[in-house]
Design a protein around this ligand. Sequence first.
Ligand SMILES: [Zn+2]
Length: 428
Amino acid sequence: MLDAVQPDRYLIDSQNRHVTSKTVVGGSGADVSTLKSAKPVAAKPVAATPVTVKPLAARPVPAKSAAAANKSAKPVQAKPVTAKTVYLTFDDGPSGLTGEVLDILNTYKIKGTFFVLGQQAERRPEIIGRIHEEGHAIGNHTYDHNYTELYHKFTAFWNQIKQTEEIIRLITGERPQLVRAPGGTAGKFDAAYFDLLEQGGYKVFDWNVDSGDSKRKGVPADEIVKMSTAPHQGNEAVVLLHDGAGHEETVKALPRIIKYYQKVGYRFDILTPEIKPVQFKVQIEPKKGQPGSVWIAEHVTVNAALFRQGNHLEVDMNGLAAIFRSGEYRMENGKLLVPLRSAVERLGGRVNWDASNRTAKVWLGGRSWTADPFMGTIQSGKSQARQVPEIGMTGHTTWIPLREVLQLSGHPLKAIVSKGNAYKIQTL
Ligand SMILES: [Zn+2]
């Protein structure tokens, strides 16, 4: 599973391959109709007695929130234009080493991007769940990494992308939109591979810093550190690393790589579909066996709708705005559901998952409470746990009614207003 890399052949062509931002179209049916009828709705009296509103501590917005907010073109924190950013990317996992990689990223409080193989995700769904839960990005690295199969014709590549996407969606509830070609695109993608993946709604990311950890078996940590910290073009470093089996030296090198980028003033972030991708130039002639127009229409053209943006959901709570893109929230039986951890973190709180009790302990708005997605209960303060049937797990993610999150934090929902392409949730 080594990516045969020959860095000198790579030319970066970020200009030509600039991906224009997606057109925002009306939201998907169910959400819109339900919410539109609720436009400015008088708040249901949530609490009979006025709730004392405890101001939230002015915590810095966690990295994920900032990234998410930028995605939605609603900056919470302006980033300096000249900021240097490093994106650590890990290919070929999850493996028995991925847990160690996640521990290291946690130690340094940074996030990374994992381009996973469908085959490995099937073997280790719990690690995929953990990557997702801890706020890292997950990208698609095909199902089995087999060059012969993947690069003889586009339809074969596409089928593996879709197969892997489905495996990940069943675990996390989200479709990965980022794609990394096994071995990189250079010498492997013809123009059609690039064009059709883009048409299908995917964002293909190569890299501009190669750690060299897959050049041969057992590249020593020292060499990986040296290659990973080599100069690169521009202000953004996209570093290629591997967390597949046999990459113990990469794990060993990782803390030193992180410390280097911290020392020279980089911020760490995850790749998102909105970032202009680093892509190598097309180096090969069109392959034989190009897909026909009917196949393209049936597979690729309709696929893009899966990633098209519907309406944002914007929650204003005591001066903090949390934004959920369509797909990051959902309606069920007239209730707005959000992923517990990302909702709480974006609102300035934190969540600890208690693996032995399988409950989530939440601190938000100066209060704390416990959600049990398996029992479907919430317990707050000294009171008895109460049933909230909508709480549950999708894959490894806990989903919860937004109304509960707001109420339990002391900022009950006041109104939902439809404004432009966003639904605004106002709280007391
Ligand atoms: Zn790979």
